[in-house]
Each structure stands twice: as C-alpha cells, then as structure tokens.
Design a protein around this ligand. Structure first.
Ligand code: 1CP
Length: 340
C-alpha cells in the first residue's frame, strides 16, 4: 500500500497533507551530530551504507515524515565522473581538478562510488514501513556543473556561466556527461528501492531565460523522459530553485510529475499558473522554521490554504537551517497534520 506522498505525486488529494523537509537528516539533529563525530566526516558517513541508512531514518523515527530522503549528496556524481571530492571543514565541498574549460574527458571514471549509495537505499527501504516513501535524488546537470567547473561552491556561479557562453559546445559536452551519469545513478537508486526521485537544481535561478531553457529545462526534460520510459510509474520531482517566473515553463516542458518551489515564490501566484491537478511541493521559508512563533504558524496555514485545491506535499522552500530548534519542527508538524 503506497503512502500518501506517492498518492499525492500520482495526482490525488489525500485526507492528510504529506510532509517532509529538505535536509531533514543533518546537523540540527543531535543524533546526526553524534554519528558524524563517530565516523569522522560527512563523506565517511555517506559511503558507509549502514551509517547513511541510520542517518536517513533518524528524522523518520523522530518525526514520522512521509518521505525518507536518501542521505547522500549531489556531488557523488562528479566523484563518479572522476573528480577528487572532499569537504573542507567549515567551508564546503572541493572538487579537483576544476574543469575551467569543461574538459571532463580525461578524468578516470569511478562509477563504483554509486554502489554504497544503492546499498543505503536498499537498507532504508527494508526498514521503513509501507506508509513512508523512499526518496532518491540527484543534482540537476546545471547545478552539478557549477561545482565541477569552479571546483567548489560559488556565489554567482560565474565560472560555469562564463564557460557556457565562451565555449557552448564544451559546456554541452560536460552537461551531457553529467546527464548520462545522473540517469544511470537514478535508475540504480530506483532498482535499489527508491520509489520517487527528486532533481535538485539549486542554482537554476542564476541563468538568463535562454540559458535556462538550454541548461535547466532541456537536460531535466531528457532525464525525466528516460526515467518515465525505463521505470514507468516512478515519479520525478523537479526543484528548480530560484526559477521564479520561469517555473510554469519548467513545469510544462520538463514533464516532471511534481514541482518543488522555493520560498520566494508566491503560492497563490504559482497555483494560478500551473495546470489543474499538477502536484506541487513546498514552500515554507526555512528562516520561518528557525524563527518559530506566530509568523511560522500563519505562514504554514497560508501555504496549506493556497494549495488546498491541488495535490500538495508540504516542504520547505530550501534546506532546513542547522540551528533550527526541534520544537519548531514539532509545532509545524502539528499544524500540517491538522492537530493544532
Ligand atoms: O555534516 C555536514 O557538515 C555536511 C553538510 C551536508 C549535508 C547534511 C552536505 C555538504 N550535504 C548534506 C546532505 C545532502 N545534500 C542531502 C541529503 C539529506 C537531506 O536532504 O536530508 C541532499 C539532498 C543534499 C543536496 C545538496 N548538496 C544540494 C542541493 C540542495 C541544496 O541544499 O541546495 C547542494 C547544492 C549540495 C552541495 C553541498 N553539499 C554539502 C554542502 C555544504 C553543499 C553546499 C555547498 C555550497 O555552499 O555551495
């Protein structure tokens, strides 16, 4: 029996609104911090399937979310494509060599890095009750490319944006390589037990409209089409963060089954723009969850009301902040579940 999250993605309006939170596994949970300290680091945790399965399930045990998002990272695909990957304490990810000219062909592929991730999915699926949906994920090619080209995170994604203008064919080749690896990776997650997958395009908002068509919509449409063709019935959630006015085109043209929306999007506006019955996911500001109090409660109720006429998965507009107090999460869940 599928849970209400899968029913919602199939276009049904369920009695209770399904809810999960982006980055629901992570540093705001003391049980995560303990395990991370024991294992020595983030990547050590990700590649240890037993530990990653435990971290994936921690927020389900504590809060009973309707979806369990695989504990991993979007940068596993660059690692598998042959870049070195590590995390600098207090700074963030580093990838070497940076692909300033987009030349990925010389890298030595290491698709074996996908194997422990698949094992995590299988372990988690085996331990979840049928009411909880196992969510796989990957980064979208554009967002993954921004890290591969710069060799790290960046404020304006300038290195990738300028390469895409300077040498569009080299950039298209890099996007194509990421796309192919992402398809293989998502199919592998599905075969291991993922029941839906999300494409995170965290930097979709940094592109001009024409570039958005080329580097966001087109690759996501191709990935979604292959998943639909080869694993029929597995829904794809697209999350083009920052897409704003380009969201309706993204929803129409990619073929995704559900649309993730960030906190800068007005729920009433997007509800009016999307086709009737299209499932949406979002979009509470993570800073409201951090702040708590009446502002949080009013905003949560406003989102529930705005999306009461279509299938809706309650979520944040972006990842939960690491300083979020746990009682605020508990209060939010009471509101979403109609208990308070
Ligand atoms: O413990 C730690 O210090 C590590 C922090 C951390 C965590 C918990 C990183 C490093 N990644 C993750 C897990 C993660 N990342 C998940 C799974 C768990 C969950 O959602 O509960 C997911 C889905 C991601 C996705 C991810 N990684 C994105 C897309 C979503 C988003 O937040 O925009 C991005 C951009 C990354 C890259 C990344 N990984 C980690 C960091 C700190 C970053 C961002 C780097 C930057 O500042 O650009």
């Amino acid at each position: 029996m599928p849970g209400c999250l899968l029913d919602t993605l199939a276009g049904q309006r369920t009695a209770r609104r399904p809810v999960w939170l982006m980055r629901q596994a992570g540093r705001y949970l003391p049980e995560y911090r303990d395990l991370r300290a024991q294992k020595g680091g983030f990547l050590e945790l990700v590649y240890d399937s037993e530990a990653a399965a435990e971290v994936t399930i921690q927020p389900i045990d504590r809060f009973g979310f309707d979806g369990a998002i695989l504990f991993s990272d979007i940068l596993i695909v660059p690692h598998a494509l042959g870049q070195d990957l590590w995390f600098e304490a207090g700074e963030g990810p580093r990838l070497a060599p940076p692909l300033v000219d987009g030349a990925w062909e010389g890298l030595e592929r290491a698709f074996r890095h996908f194997e422990p991730i698949y094992r995590t999915v299988t372990l988690v699926r085996g331990r979840l009750g049928p009411e909880t949906t196992m969510l796989g994920f990957a980064g979208s090619p554009w967002t993954v490319a921004t890290y591969m080209v710069a060799g790290q995170g960046s404020k304006d994604q300038g290195a990738a944006r300028s390469l895409a203008y300077r040498d569009p064919s080299a950039f298209a080749s890099l996007i194509g390589a990421i796309e192919a690896a992402t398809i293989e990776y998502l199919l592998g997650q599905i075969d291991a037990g993922a029941e839906a997958v999300q494409l995170f395009d965290s930097w979709a908002g940094s592109l001009s409209p024409a570039q958005f068509e080329q580097w966001v919509i087109a690759p996501n449409a191709r990935i979604t089409a292959v998943i639909h063709e080869r694993r029929p019935g597995i829904p794809v959630i697209g999350f083009p963060k920052g897409a704003g006015a380009k969201l309706p085109a993204y929803a129409r043209e990619t073929g995704v089954d559900g649309l993730g929306i960030d906190e800068t999007t007005d729920p009433l506006w997007i509800d009016g723009e999307l086709p009737d019955g299209m499932p949406v996911q979002g979009n509470l500001d993570p800073m409201l969850l951090l702040a708590g109090g009446p502002a949080l409660e009013d905003a949560a109720r406003g989102i529930l009301a705005a999306f009461s006429g279509r299938p809706h998965i309650f979520n944040l507009g972006h990842g939960i902040d690491k300083s979020t107090p746990i009682p605020h999460v508990e209060r939010l869940l009471e509101i979403v579940r109609g208990e308070g």
